[in-house]
Design a protein around this ligand. Structure first.
Ligand code: FAD
Length: 318
């Protein structure tokens, strides 16, 4: 047994109700359906389990791979000698007396948007079709159709690596370092545990109509029938990544099983059993070609987790 599996086994023994799967494939937990085995994956079901787990990992100096819905992650097919924590089972949501929504990190944006609508609250319509969890969406400052998470989040409860009095600490939205598809959490180190969402009063019929309209727009222009992680690249300063990729003639361009979507040039899809390297090489080729033609350096939006020399997971950047 190596050091990482010993840590996982020890934590498992100390937190007996907490589900732990050894050798779990990341491909089963990423929307691209790519990624090899992790030494162990914990799947907490309560905020208490999640916090105890994270603080035990911190005490042992282990930085986990945190996964929400894996809708923005490209994971190395060789797998990782690492511990993954999947938060999507921690998903309570309620309306607080102050009128704000309090939700755990693992609640899906879809459920959160429906909960808001059912309580006559408007402002999360944009998020209804984004296939992520609240935690992942805060980390990414996810957004669409003119809205983004930073517009709705008022406070975030986090767990710093070093821990606090009860292990958690609440910070204001202004402290989250929200930028376009980025936050202070984007490079890892802090766990998003839960958040408060502040919305305005709205009419359920109008909210539903807006959600349906946006869902229709997604269906008409996004390749929702194939595995992907959404837009592969961030929007550059001027213009759109998809428009540049299309103008470069790269729609349908493929390497191995990975392909630039014919329907939406901003999406890289897993068209047929794509491997990690296929996607990575495809993204690199697209990036190089766009740079040669237009002098624009596209920055990946997808979080790329690469196996490092020790078998650990490293956030990889072009
Ligand atoms: C078909 C499709 C359409 C999409 N459309 C959009 C869109 O319109 N707009 C948009 O912005 N995105 C879009 N995405 C991308 C993706 O849905 C978002 O980035 C989403 O917010 C990711 O959430 P997640 O829970 O899946 O995060 P994950 O992919 O699991 O994680 C993303 C990052 O956040 C970290 N993380 C996750 N949870 C936590 C936590 N609790 N604490 C600390 N770190 C955490 C992970 O380690 C990782 O670095 C799309 C993806 C797909 C597949």
């Amino acid at each position: 047994m190596n050091a990482i599996s010993a840590v996982a086994a020890d934590i498992s023994a100390r937190l007996p109700g907490l589900e732990c799967r050894f050798g779990e494939m990341m491909s089963g937990h990423t929307s691209l359906r790519i990624g090899g085995p992790v030494t162990a994956m914990f799947l907490p079901k309560t905020a208490r389990q999640l916090q105890s787990l994270y603080s035990m990992l911190s005490e042992r100096g282990v930085a986990p791979i945190v996964i929400g819905n894996g809708a923005n992650i490209l994971a190395d097919g060789r797998g990782f000698d690492a511990i993954a924590v999947k938060t999507s089972g921690v998903n309570d949501v309620c309306l607080a007396p102050d009128g704000q929504i309090r939700a755990d990190a693992g609640v899906t944006l879809r459920r959160l948007a429906v909960f808001a609508r059912d309580n006559g609250l408007s402002g999360l319509e944009f998020a209804h079709g984004i296939p992520g969890t609240l935690g992942g969406a805060i980390v990414m400052n996810a957004g669409a159709y003119g809205g983004q998470m930073s517009d709705a989040v008022s406070t975030v409860r986090i767990m710093p690596r070093t821990g606090g009095a009860d292990g958690t600490r609440e910070i204001d939205s202004a402290e989250c370092g929200f930028e376009y598809r980025r936050s202070r959490f984007a490079d890892g180190g802090e766990l998003v545990v839960s958040a408060s969402i502040c919305l305005s009063r709205g009419d359920a019929v109008g909210i539903t109509a807006r959600m349906e309209e946006l869902a229709g727009r997604r269906r008409s222009c996004q390749p929702l029938d194939l595995p992907s992680a959404g837009s592969a690249f961030k929007r550059p300063k001027d213009g759109y990544a998809a428009a540049l990729i299309e103008e470069a003639g790269l729609k349908g361009f493929a390497i191995g099983g990975a392909r630039v979507s014919e329907k939406h040039a901003g999406f890289v899809v897993n068209a047929s059993n794509a491997e990690f390297d296929d996607v990575l090489r495809l993204m690199e080729s697209v990036r190089n070609r766009v740079s040669e033609l237009f002098g624009v350096e596209l920055e990946p939006e997808i979080k790329i987790l690469r196996r490092d020399a020790n078998g650990g997971a490293r956030l990889w950047k072009f």
